[in-house]
Unconditional design. Structure first.
Length: 177
């Protein structure tokens, strides 16, 4: 029995999915690495800083099912592309309101809501583009993107915030995709 290997296009889509998931993870986990900065430099209480840190996860929870339905209807590539683009837009808009803690939380929550698109769509890439005998490898590659994204966030965000503030963090997340 001859089994066809995944196409080059499948591997390209997988790489795009991994990079998109990493960018989404930075957007979602990033504010947690800002808590010390927000507490010491912006004089946020720990409750306020924790609210900012939780905002992208809240946005993700609110939109995750809707993004899944969108991916089912319009395809995973469009869902990932649109979601990551909207994540960048939400971060750019949050820069405009960074002086208002309430609007900053809303902007960061919106970035998490948009980033949820990748969570809904990137697993479909593996199931739809890879033959059964390659799905384990492909899924393993895809699943390494959240820890990689968290690692990027942990290494990059504290020094960016310390050197250039909350606005620089938002530009970093917005420019990353």
């Amino acid at each position: 029995m001859t089994v066809n290997p995944p196409s080059r296009q499948a591997w390209v889509i997988l790489v795009i999915g991994v990079l998109s998931q990493m960018a989404a993870t930075v957007a979602i986990t990033g504010p947690a690495f800002l808590i010390p900065y927000m507490h010491t430099e912006l004089d946020y209480t720990l409750t306020q800083a924790g609210t900012v840190a939780a905002a992208p996860s809240f946005g993700l929870i609110v939109t995750l099912i809707a993004w899944g339905a969108f991916a089912d209807r319009f395809g995973e590539r469009l869902a990932m592309t649109l979601g990551i683009g909207l994540t960048a837009v939400a971060c750019a808009l949050a820069v405009l309101v960074v002086d208002s803690p309430v609007w900053t939380v809303i902007g960061i929550a919106a970035s998490g809501a948009a980033a949820a698109s990748v969570n809904s769509a990137s697993g479909r890439v593996v199931m739809g583009w890879f033959p059964r005998h390659r799905r384990g490898l492909a899924m393993g590659i895809r699943q390494m993107s959240p820890p990689l994204g968290t690692s990027v966030a942990a290494l990059a965000i504290p020094p960016i915030a310390a050197a250039h503030g909350l606005t620089a963090y938002l530009w970093f997340v917005g420019a990353e995709p």
